[in-house]
Ligand binder design. Structure first.
Ligand code: NAD
Ligand code: UDX
Length: 465
């Protein structure tokens, strides 16, 4: 099989950066260059403050950077020299045009593919790392083949990424599986084998799955849809718990002990966030509609609808509990990232909550250990969130600690499950809050009994009355 010696990765984001840094860390004889059009992002990758926060990432980057790992904006040179190219660019949900609100915007994938086609002077293995609709590799192949000749050939692989933010390095070092799809032709299989050999340096071969291209592309959308479906299922059950006095953590534990169900991904919450789940399910919904499968589309769409419902349900619970009005009340928001151990806020439930509270004329005071002030204001001033700059300025403040956020607050809301929120001095918090003091635990991480004993007037441990 072809031996990969130089890898180029187009896209230095949450996926391209960590994934290729780990390849460099595990394969010292492979030269890895990570490229991005965004100069600021590349400058950050080359500095002491990496552009993304991910436990364990610094160590790996600092160890290999300047050796076999580099970050650059020089697309042409990097593509020209590489024998394998990862396309790890963003594929957001389309905001306008055909399929708006559902379909994946493939403009970045296409322009990255065209760049490769324009620049390449030797054969390349091109790997889809981005999450794409099923059969995207077909379009990439058409673009690349229109530019190939007897001396240059392009082989396309699909190698979707399954890392979760906050645990990316561990997920990359010890993956449950690595999936590599390729055309089942002699050349396709040879290319597939070349990438298998890269991963086989540290991943046991029984964890490297090879499939045809389309299965690989679809498996990524399917895996995210199945994971998100579990959360929406448990969140739907949490609504029943609220109405009956059943305890969702107990239900979740009891169900999860069935080895066929399993315990993971059954934690009820204020709703899932992150850049992937919603986007990928909507992508699957669109694909189903395109394939004329409306029942299938409706089935998956419900996973996203339920998630929206869960956020709304949480907000109305807060308002109801605070005597049906939160006008000018102070609400402490603990956590702005979409989950713990990341600074990423994309699709974070906290954004929707803040928006709704501000529409009710509350004052929100936000604290997150890893999200910058600039990022919070950027997210809240996105179109459709808080449109008036004046309202944003008057209604939102950022605190430097959980204690600062809860000073004089009427309610405290846990929106992200950061470990430090479990360790806070809740007596101190209670004493400085406005009475009656309320806590709403949107992540079910606190000990309800203990808080009630401190005096918190009401405590919704699982959104239960
Ligand atoms: P991101 O926005 O963090 O990074 C993408 C980067 O690509 C950006 O920095 C952008 O400037 C760059 N880019 C765009 N066009 C380019 C081009 N032609 N050449 C070079 N750089 C270019 O996105 P991400 O979170 O890393 O996600 C990337 C892909 O991986 C998406 O398809 C996503 O669905 C998928 N994915 C993400 C995760 C995750 O946890 N974030 C997990 C699995 C899969
Ligand atoms: C997800 C997939 O897990 C990963 O395999 C894929 O590659 C990218 O998308 P990510 O979005 O980074 O990863 O984080 P994940 O841990 O899946 O959490 C997503 C959201 O679901 C978070 O908001 C999290 O708090 C929430 N969640 C997760 C729950 O509400 N309950 C759970 O039981 C698990």
């Amino acid at each position: 099989a072809t031996q990969v010696k130089k890898i180029c990765c187009l896209g230095a984001g949450y996926v391209g950066g960590p994934t290729c840094a780990v390849i460099a860390y595990k394969c010292h004889d492979i030269d890895v260059t990570i490229v991005d059009l965004n100069e600021a992002r590349i400058a950050a990758w080359n500095s002491d403050h990496l552009p993304i926060y991910e436990p364990g990432l610094d160590k790996i980057v600092f160890e290999r950077r300047g050796k076999n790992l580099s970050f650059t904006t020089e697309v042409e040179k990097s593509v020209l020299e590489a024998d394998l190219i990862f396309v790890s660019v963003n594929t957001p949900t389309k905001k306008s045009g055909l399929g708006a609100g559902f379909a994946a915007d493939l403009a970045y994938v296409e322009s990255a593919t065209r760049q490769i086609a324009d620049v390449a002077k030797s054969s390349k293995i091109v790997v889809e790392k981005s999450t794409v609709p099923c059969r995207t590799a077909e379009s990439m192949r058409t673009i690349l083949e229109a530019n190939s000749n007897e001396n240059i050939r392009f082989d396309i692989l699909s190698n979707p990424e399954f890392l979760a933010e906050g645990t990316a390095i561990n997920d990359l070092l010890y993956p449950d599986r690595v999936l590599i799809g390729g055309l089942q032709t002699p050349e396709g299989i040879k290319a597939q084998q070349a990438l298998v050999e890269v991963y086989a340096r540290w991943v046991p071969t029984d964890r490297i799955i090879t499939t045809n291209l389309w299965s690989s592309e679809l498996s990524k959308l399917a895996a995210n849809a199945l994971l998100a479906q579990r959360i929406s299922s448990i969140n739907a059950l949490s609504a029943i718990c609220e109405a009956t006095g059943a305890d969702i953590d107990e239900v979740s534990y009891a169900c999860g002990r069935d080895s066929r169900i399993g315990p993971k991904f059954l934690k009820a919450s204020v709703g899932f966030g992150g850049s992937c789940f919603q986007k990928d399910i909507l992508n699957l919904v669109y694909l189903s509609e395109q394939l004329n499968l409306p029942e299938v589309a409706a089935y998956w769409k419900q996973v996203v609808d339920l998630n929206e419902y869960q956020k709304k349900r949480f907000v109305s619970r807060v308002i109801k509990t605070l005597f049906n009005t939160i006008t000018n009340k102070k609400i402490a928001i603990l956590g702005f990232a979409f989950k713990k151990d990341t600074g990423d806020t994309r699709e974070s439930a906290a954004i929707t909550l803040c928006k709704d509270f501000i529409q009710e004329n509350a004052k929100v005071r936000i604290y997150d250990p890893k999200v910058s002030i600039e990022q919070i204001f950027l997210d809240l001033s996105e179109p459709g969130v808080i449109d008036s700059a004046k309202q944003l300025k008057n209604r939102v403040t950022i605190a430097k600690s959980a204690y600062e956020a809860t000073e004089d607050a009427d309610a405290m809301i846990i929106t992200t499950e950061w470990d430090e929120f479990k360790e806070l001095d809740y007596e101190k918090i209670y004493n400085q809050m406005h009475k009656p003091a309320f806590i709403f635990d949107g992540r079910l991480i606190l000990d309800a009994e203990k808080l009630r004993n401190i005096g918190f007037r009401d405590y919704y441990c699982q959104l239960i009355t």
